[in-house]
Design a binder for this molecule. Sequence first.
Ligand code: NAD
Length: 498
Amino acid sequence: MADGMAGGASSLAATEAFKALMGEGASPGAWIGSRIVPGTGSPVTLTDPATGAEILAYAEAGAEGAARAAAAAEAGSRAWAALTPPARGRALWAWGERVAGASEPLARLEAAVSGKPVRDCLREAAAVADMLRYWAGWTDKFEGRVVPVPTTHHVTVRHEPHGVILAITPWNAPLFTAGWNVAPILAAGNACILKPSEFTPLTSLAFAKLALEAGVPEGVVTVVPGTGPVTGAALLAAPEVAQVVFVGSPEAGAVIGASAARRGIPAVLELGGKSANIVFDDADLGRAAAGAQAAIFAGCGQSCVAGSRLLVQRSVHARLVEAVAEGAARIRLGHPLDPETEMGPIANARQHAKVTGMVAEGLAAGARLVAGGVAPPGLPDGGFWLAPTLLADVSPAMAIARDEVFGPVLAALPFDTEEEAIALANATRFGLAGAVWTADVGRAHRVAARVKAGTFWVNGYRSIHVSVPFGGFGASGIGRSSGVEALAAYTLTLAVWI
Ligand code: NAD
């Protein structure tokens, strides 16, 4: 890995953490069986989001790596199925313990490559350990049933694993998303091929190595770094892959869903959002302002559930917008590896260009800049920085009110009535998440029932847990990747008539 390294704190941190996790002399490639297999495809460069400097380059796995990985995963799925359910549970629990023990280097590696503050990465590593422990308990509890049919038959319904499930993940929370998806796939008895984003493959590799060290058999977790259209598409075409779980943009989700349909394999799609945070004039405005701020600026707005639209009842609109702007100005931006940093840079150049382009377009369309809009002073040149940005006087027809930004940009819109708030909340093609802030419990129930969102909060935002079903409607996706619904999604339902 040292060969491709440029100078700088992130490069150094990434090198040291990668070595600590993967062993001296390890270079990024595909994790197949019990070792790294170097890629044979095109080079991919990882860039330090804080400075724009190169961290390292690796060769993507490509079609050759994908075929090899799929064969290894097929063998892994047989080894995993041969274990008793409690033995699978013990291995998942032990994996959780390993992740908890390695949380420090995992968090540093994640922060250096993704630009996410190390304090957030530490929390996410701890959450992944908990996900594994949670799903460890399910391996012997997803029971079948007997159906009392109107004949003399004895009918049993069984849940059987698919075999090999491909999980394709994005760059915004690589380790967290790996844990979120891989753990229930394994708990349901399947092997998993993980295709992390080409921008952030390193913590996924370390995650897989920890599985092996914890006693998860070879081939049960395979990691194949590379680009979507080349390595991702080759994996999706592999005959061993019996299902795909995709987390990413609606555009790529449409391509992947169509490929899966052509092959006749099921797809769970977890896509983007344009979630509405609705504040009524009877809400606790201090809490609503703090909640709105966290909803959009946590993770630099690069969160699928980001509360990117702030719908505020007109009588309190100006006050709330001012309070959110004041709060945004207090957020500590800084280097992702600084433990004091609350918000880091945008994760990559492509996303930075997209986000700043959408802000410029919003301003050109008549929105008013209340906060941010530029790189904050005192941070390294060349990094993908953008101060927390708040746009007001946004109209529902503007692109900034309808399209996903996936960056630290909040669009504020006023409303007058409950009916109008619900109509505005539902006026996008998405349906991932949302929230209402009100002191009226009846209104909270009415609004929660009528806003199209897979996850909805009352007087809060951002809480999610693997035990609760998560997923979207419309352009936000199909299927659920957590809760007992995930086990149903990751198994075949078989009816046996005796
Ligand atoms: P993206 O769609 O560009 O890429 C996501 C993953 O898909 C990457 O691994 C990429 O390499 C792969 N990919 C892209 N095209 C592919 C193809 N044709 N075949 C196979 N694989 C392909 O998304 P991104 O920019 O990495 O992430 C941002 C998006 O992810 C946002 O829209 C965000 O809302 C969404 N997201 C959704 C959730 C959720 O749970 N709903 C969570 C996080 C992020």
